[in-house]
Design a protein around this ligand. Structure first.
Ligand code: DX5
Ligand code: ZN
Length: 222
């Protein structure tokens, strides 16, 4: 079972300089990032378009050993799943909100031998995710409305869900990471950690920092 007291920081490449993608990936890992987080947006499920499987493939080629945490913010994750598996994802998180067979899609992720994550928007109650908790390795509790980097951490709307998810995990003897994503920096990481999160996605606060290593170290301090 993973140690949920150990902080995992996942710099989000959405905020990186894509003209120097390989260098940015290596820089984030050398500065102390544990995973790399990749935000896939389709312009339908969220009001922004980012990148697709080819981008993930290029990241995989540039950092063959890195753990790639792929966050699908797309309307039809089931249709595109295989492309992201083939591109080299280590975890794929799918959102609960679109209409598709969530359970079957989580199973397909596991059948491919990788980690399966389920993501919920700030407005989605944890209860809606409850039926799937025994099928996942990671629960992604969005701390902003997904679509754009650089937004403000939504503490009152999301932290009670982190607390509740921790309780459900221990009550039901389950094992999944609790990841927060959106507005995470040296201050909000501590808030989320105290509430029970153990994986922290951060884009702007990492890639826009003057000293990336210092920004990452600040997130580890409580
Ligand atoms: C938001 C994305 C995030 C984003 C976080 O839609 O899911 O992963 O990159 O960016 P920051 O850290 O800038 O809020
Ligand atoms: Zn994300």
């Amino acid at each position: 079972m993973p140690d949920f007291n150990q902080m995992i920081i996942a710099p989000s490449l959405l905020a990186a300089d894509w003209a120097n993608l390989g260098q940015e990936c290596r820089r984030a890992l050398a500065a102390g990032g544990d995973w790399l987080h990749l935000d896939v947006m389709d312009g339908h499920f969220v009001e922004n378009i980012s990148y697709g499987p080819t981008f993930v493939h290029h990241v995989r080629r540039s950092v063959p050993e890195a753990f790639l945490d792929v966050h699908l913010m797309i309307e039809h994750p089931d249709q595109y799943l295989q492309d992201f598996i083939d591109a080299g994802a280590n975890n794929i998180s799918i959102h609960l909100e679109p209409e598709y067979d969530t359970s079957a899609t989580l199973k397909r992720i596991h059948d491919a031998g990788i980690s399966a994550g389920l993501a919920i928007n700030p407005a989605t109650p944890l209860n809606s995710a409850e039926p799937f908790l025994d099928q996942i390795d990671l629960l992604l509790i969005m701390t902003v409305v997904p679509g754009f980097g650089g937004q403000k951490f939504m503490e009152p709307e999301t932290m009670p869900k982190v607390v509740e998810a921790c309780q459900m995990r221990s009550n039901r003897n389950l094992s999944f990471h609790i990841e927060v994503d959106g507005g995470i920096d040296g201050n909000t990481s501590g808030i989320a950690a105290r509430n029970g999160a153990n994986v922290f996605v951060a884009g702007t606060s990492v890639f826009q920092a003057e000293d990336m290593a210092a920004a990452l170290a600040a997130m580890r301090q409580d």
